[in-house]
Design a protein around this ligand. Structure first.
Ligand SMILES: Nc1nc2c([nH]c(=O)n2[C@@H]2O[C@H](COP(=O)(O)OP(=O)(O)OP(=O)(O)O)[C@@H](O)[C@H]2O)c(=O)[nH]1
Length: 133
């Protein structure tokens, strides 16, 4: 089974977390799900560099990586992913969507209002455990 290595950014600005929605996809379990922006790690690339590059490419946003958060291994019906996630900061909430169909800046307590990709569930759980007080 194909194994993807992915890095994703949990971008926080003034306590709000950026959540982005993927468009239609051939796999229904990915289609229109919310996720953290990011993408595939290129050969020889550090995962923390992947998030900076992808967030610049996808959202025209400059972020700073603050800390390693969680690595998730998830098996979807058609492929597996290993996803590294990082807490990141950004000076402004300005962004340009190019690959996603919508975005939301949410408080940690609102994260479960969204329909997340299954691989993101452990990240959302940990964010709620660690940040919601
Ligand atoms: N970026 C990102 N991908 C995720 C998350 N959760 C999750 O299951 N994925 C899956 O991981 C894979 C990452 O691919 P991607 O499409 O973001 O990566 P990319 O931009 O490098 O690929 P592309 O150039 O083929 O579009 C997709 O299958 C996506 O559905 C997430 O939180 N963020």
């Amino acid at each position: 089974m194909k194994q993807l290595k992915v890095a994703a950014a949990i971008i926080i600005n003034n306590g709000k977390i950026l959540c982005v929605q993927r468009g239609l996809n051939k796999f229904d379990y990915i289609s229109e799900k919310f996720e953290f922006p990011g993408g595939k790690i290129e050969a020889g690339e550090l995962p923390s560099d992947t998030v900076v590059r992808e967030i610049h490419e996808e959202l025209e946003m400059n972020i700073a990586v603050e800390q390693d958060f969680l690595t998730v291994n998830h098996e979807y019906p058609d492929f597996k992913i290993q996803m590294h996630s990082f807490i990141c900061s950004t000076p402004t909430r300005e962004l340009e969507l190019s690959e996603h169909i919508s975005f939301k800046w949410l408080d940690v307590s609102e994260l479960w209002d969204l329909d997340w990709a299954a691989a993101d569930v452990p990240i959302v759980d940990k964010l709620i455990k660690e940040l919601d007080q």
